[in-house]
Write a protein that binds this ligand. Structure first.
Ligand SMILES: [Zn+2]
Length: 147
């Protein structure tokens, strides 16, 4: 197989916990598949395979399943694994792994935006404080000079 860049999602454990807890609460019938999807996220390869298509490594590391996932409709998609036909609404662990990976990537990106915004605010506040300090210091030295 040619070398492709794997989908590298490195979400925090808290992001994963939140997504998994919410997923299990909303879809209790998928609980065990959601947990298996975590194993895929942590240990298996997820490789891009053209637009909206992915190869996900099986428990047998020499095998890959073809998973499709619409960009516009994240609930639509298919998988070539045997469980796809049996799973509720086709949510096999591979499709769930891909969904989790994409959601986690979005959550992490959003967290990054919030973090950068807070950092910018903190810097701005620090700059204002140091301007105020400089002004006050200037005031002090002018006052001192006048003594
Ligand atoms: Zn599958």
């Amino acid at each position: 197989m040619e070398t492709r860049e794997a989908l590298t999602v490195d979400p925090s454990l808290s992001t994963i916990r939140q997504l998994v807890q919410r997923g299990k609460k909303q879809k209790p019938e998928l609980s065990s598949r959601i947990e298996k999807a975590l194993v895929i996220l942590a240990f298996r390869e997820i490789l891009p395979n053209g637009p909206g298509a992915w190869l996900i490594q099986s428990d047998d590391p020499s095998k890959y399943y073809e998973v499709s996932a619409e960009e516009s409709d994240r609930l639509a998609g298919t998988c070539t694994c045997p469980d796809f036909a049996k799973a509720p609404r086709g949510w096999c662990k591979h499709r769930l792994a891909l969904l989790l990976a994409r959601k986690a990537a979005r959550v992490e990106a959003a967290k990054e935006v919030v973090k950068n915004y807070r950092e910018a605010q903190r810097r701005e506040a620090a700059a204002k404080t140091s301007l105020a300090y400089a002004a006050a210091a200037g005031e002090v030295s002018r006052a001192m000079a006048g003594l």
